[in-house]
Design a binder for this molecule. Sequence first.
Ligand SMILES: C[S@@+](CC[C@H](N)C(=O)[O-])C[C@H]1O[C@@H](n2cnc3c(N)ncnc32)[C@H](O)[C@@H]1O
Length: 289
Amino acid sequence: MRPGNRSRTSDWVAALRALYSEAPPDLALFDDAVAERLLPPGLGALVRGAARAPFGARLAHRLIGSATRGLSYGVPLRTAAIDQAVVRAVDSGIRQLVVLGAGLDARAWRMPALSPVTVFELDHPDTQGFKRDGIGELRPLAKEVRFCSIDFERQTLPEVLAQHDFDPQAPSVWVWEGVTMYLTAEAIEATLDAVAELSAASSCLCMTYLPREYASPWLRTVGEVGAMWIGEALRFQEDPHEIAARLEQRCFEVEQDDSAVEWAERWPEREARRVRPFERLTVARRVAG
Ligand SMILES: C[S@@+](CC[C@H](N)C(=O)[O-])C[C@H]1O[C@@H](n2cnc3c(N)ncnc32)[C@H](O)[C@@H]1O
């Protein structure tokens, strides 16, 4: 990401989360009232208008879903699937959450389960500055939030987390949501090395990724053009066995690897059948410290 050029992809992702927070009960997956206040004014007004009009959220769900061939459904569904994994990690006693490329992620302000947890939000200073303006004085539900600004192209995770009193001897849950597809394989390797170095035994990594054949060639081209339009290039795709191998090399054992098709089991059948398995979520546990 170029300096002075904050991420626009995080705006679109947060807009979808804001929309689904206002969705009818059969579609709603979480309450992310914070997402709306983080949006740039134009996008915020659009989401408010859609969400508050009669049947607006359902209509927007259908229209955006049809226009994106089901891609948009994956965003709220993956967020809910990661929320579940984070709650399981906290229930198992983990007290540090690191959000890599946090964007406008609002878990620290919306998840009561994080009340005993210190959250480390890592993102580019330009995106993080915009988010901090939107958050203002809003108190987190997490025990504490530490904003750790980082440029992944110039700084390393260990050096930045050390400046914020991260404890590598205590287990952590790492969330890497909707980021890997924009990185090079070298950046993925370097980040996984750093995560492994900083992960005590029982730490948990939740990462989403695109499999190689995530869509038809035509739809992949549309996806690549769409990503470039919002300022990113789609670079990284790998299949589940390749991701598992990368993780196993670093003493992480895969506990879950699934796609939007499985996450959509929480939706009624008529909605779930529109979902396509573009993105996947791996949840892996560190078996050695
Ligand atoms: C797709 S967005 C984030 C999505 C977010 N995890 C979510 O689900 O809402 C990708 C994030 O990576 C961050 N990012 C991109 N390049 C970066 C860099 N060189 N250093 C730090 N952060 C970067 C962007 O600022 C952005 O917040």
